[in-house]
Design a protein. Structure first.
Length: 65
C-alpha cells in the first residue's frame, strides 16, 4: 500500500461496528472483526484500513490535548 503511517499526539480507540479491518500499530499487525476494539497511543506509527472489498464501519474516538 502507498498509504503512509500516521504519527501525532493523543490516544485512539476504535470499535468495529461491521466488517473487518487491519490495524498496523508500530511493528504489529492486528486483524479486527465485528465487535472487536483496539486502543493505542497516537504517537505510535499507525495505519488502519478495511480488510475486505466492501466497506468496514467503525467508531473511532480520538483524544488530543
Amino acid at each position: 500500500s502507498d498509504m503512509e503511517l500516521s504519527v501525532h499526539a493523543g490516544e485512539e480507540f476504535i470499535f468495529v461496528i461491521d466488517g473487518t479491518m487491519k490495524a498496523l500499530i508500530g511493528d504489529k499487525i492486528e486483524i479486527l472483526s465485528t465487535g472487536d476494539s483496539i486502543y493505542y497511543l497516537s504517537n505510535t506509527p499507525h495505519l488502519v484500513t478495511s480488510d475486505r472489498d466492501t466497506p468496514t464501519y467503525i467508531l473511532a474516538v480520538i483524544y488530543t490535548n
